[in-house]
Design a protein around this ligand. Structure first.
Ligand SMILES: *Cc1c(COP(=O)(O)O)cnc(C)c1O
Length: 226
């Protein structure tokens, strides 16, 4: 089991390097995130020991149950749907929240970040395919949202995150890059737009082609979830 995790990581790192060359991304820092939902801490730590120290957490309770077992070198980002009343459980142990999809949630993160004397890095989650089943802001609201977020002293908007519709993800990655590029060009005060979080096990190569710099990979590293 642990062997296959090492093999999977090697394979993904190799394909990522190939894609960097093919798509002219050699000078960009592209990070692989290990998405940990349903995976036991010993297997997660094995990935961390292979150098994959960026972890993506989906569920607050599951994260709280596992986090004390993680190696201290792990950097944890929260990527799942987050309710405002749960922010307090993760505020002082995650480095970035990828799934900010409302002003109300942003307000609560800002309030708790202030009370802990920290600035939280966040991404705005975009519902790029307009799917009713998915959370995220409509693309046409992103600029307004960014200007509103910029008013919060204890938040730093760092970019965008998405999960595209499963059919033709590449089309949506392309749209996401344009949205990201427009946002970056706005040069809004108190933002640091540098992260485009998109691409999962089945489509990370296409995401890299279109400018992703964090690919979030679960089953491709740890195997299929039950
Ligand atoms: C589960 C999950 C992933 C990874 O999905 P895989 O297909 O297993 O690679 C990425 N991002 C989010 C938000 C997820 O919930």
């Amino acid at each position: 089991m642990l062997n296959s995790i090492s093999e999977n990581i090697k394979k993904i790192s190799f394909k990522l390097e190939e894609a960097r060359i093919k798509y002219n991304r050699e000078n960009d820092n592209i990070r692989i995130m290990a998405v940990t939902k349903t995976v036991s801490p010993d297997r997660i730590n094995h990935a961390v020991e292979q150098g994959l120290n960026l972890l993506g957490e989906n569920r607050v309770q599951e994260y709280l149950d596992k986090k004390s077992s993680y190696l201290p070198t792990a950097e944890v980002h929260f990527i799942g749907h987050l309710q405002s009343n749960k922010v307090k459980y993760i505020i002082n142990s995650v480095k970035m929240i990828h799934s900010v999809d409302s002003i109300k949630l942003a307000e609560e993160i800002n309030r708790l970040a202030a009370s802990h004397g920290l600035t939280m890095d966040i991404l705005a989650e975009v519902n790029i395919g307009g799917e009713t089943s998915k959370s995220g802001l409509p693309p046409e609201q992103i600029l307004d949202f960014a200007y509103n977020i910029a008013k919060f002293d204890n938040l730093r908007l760092c970019g965008l995150m998405t999960i595209p519709p499963p059919d033709n993800p590449e089309h949506y990655f392309e749209k996401m890059f344009r949205l990201y590029d427009d946002l970056r060009s706005e040069r809004i005060n108190n933002t640091a737009i540098s992260i485009l979080s998109m691409g999962m096990s089945s489509d990370y190569i296409e995401a890299i082609k279109h400018g992703s710099n964090i690919v979030r990979i679960g089953s491709g590293i740890f195997g299929a979830r039950n």
